[in-house]
Design a binder for this molecule. Structure first.
Ligand code: R5P
Length: 296
């Protein structure tokens, strides 16, 4: 069979190009536009018949992306693709994993079902698994997860002088400890309380001594940014060196990238969501995982 045929949903061309090069594959042409009435037009201009197809679609701000993705995957199957997969460097709808109030939608399950019906496999980077232990709890297709932590440690080692790795909350302790150990740095966690989507309070342990160190805040997602803004603000007050904020997925709702910078934080993110702060390239990890899935 010829190499994998990748299609980039809008905004995902750089990652699709990197993956195609790493996998010895080809990037096909996908035309997408919106009709005046708001419906999507979609065409796979490269024939997927008999090919192993992978759609590349990071699912930040997902509501406008999911439907075109489902149309594209259905079209590839209609046109005779041998297998159809999804590379979603950022996988959305992982947070609503429980009905907190009667009647609430458990959207993580619904989205998992839609994607599992549409494609044969999924590869993603560090999904926000909070109450689920693995994607297999909600995805019925092979779902491979790659972990950015080793690359984050490497970036910290190479770019930060005397780092002190700090997690925003006690839940992040195990993860932050591993990143810190790999970066050869001490670590600590802050105390965080979330009161609402855009309302968090954070406190710094009294014993935290950052003398001579660069505080490095490490988190999996910067979403509303409130966690990083508040943590960076507190750490900037208690340190003579500006904090560095490192995250896997930088969503940066509400222009929170600007607010983090204003709070004194320098930002580095992985290229799972396209943003000016992308400094940590995860494409080789994704390519290795896609290669494994294709060979399986
Ligand atoms: C919490 O469980 C996560 O690790 C992040 O700290 C959180 O999702 C960040 O969200 P926000 O940017 O909205 O404060």
């Amino acid at each position: 069979m010829r190499g994998v045929l990748l299609f980039a949903l809008p905004g995902n061309d750089p990652m699709a190009d990197l993956l195609a090069r790493a996998l010895g594959g080809e990037v096909g042409t996908l035309d997408q536009r919106t009709f005046p009435d708001g419906e999507s037009y979609l065409r796979l201009a490269t024939d997927p018949k008999g090919r192993h197809v992978a759609f590349v679609c990071s699912l930040d701000r997902p509501d406008g992306k999911l439907l075109p993705l489902l149309f594209a995957a259905a079209t590839a199957r209609d046109l005779g693709a041998a297998r159809v997969g999804l590379v979603a460097p950022y996988l959305a709808y992982m947070r609503q994993d429980r009905r907190f109030k009667p009647g609430e939608a458990i959207t993580s399950r619904t989205v998992a079902r839609l994607i599992s019906d549409a494609v044969d496999w999924l590869v993603t980077v560090d999904p926000h698994l909070h109450r689920y232990h693995s994607l297999a709890e909600i995805y019925s297709i092979p779902a491979q997860v790659v972990h950015a932590a080793p690359l984050m440690s490497q970036w910290i080692r190479q770019n930060v002088n005397a780092p002190f790795v700090i997690g925003p909350d006690s839940e992040s302790e195990q993860w932050v400890k591993a990143v810190a150990q790999d970066a050869g740095a001490p670590h600590a966690v802050l105390e965080k309380q979330r009161h609402g989507d855009r309302d968090v309070t954070i406190s710094v342990p009294a014993a935290l001594d950052l003398a001579g160190r660069t505080p490095v805040l490490v988190d999996d997602i910067i979403s509303s940014g409130r966690t990083m803004i508040e943590a960076a603000r507190l750490l900037a007050k208690g340190s003579t060196v500006a904090p560095v904020c490192v995250a896997v997925h930088g969503i940066f709702a509400d222009r929170s990238d600007e607010l983090i910078a204003a709070a004194g934080g320098r930002i580095a993110t992985c290229n799972t969501v396209s943003h000016a702060s992308n400094a940590i390239d995860v494409h080789a990890l994704l390519a290795a995982a896609v290669g494994d899935v294709i060979r399986a």
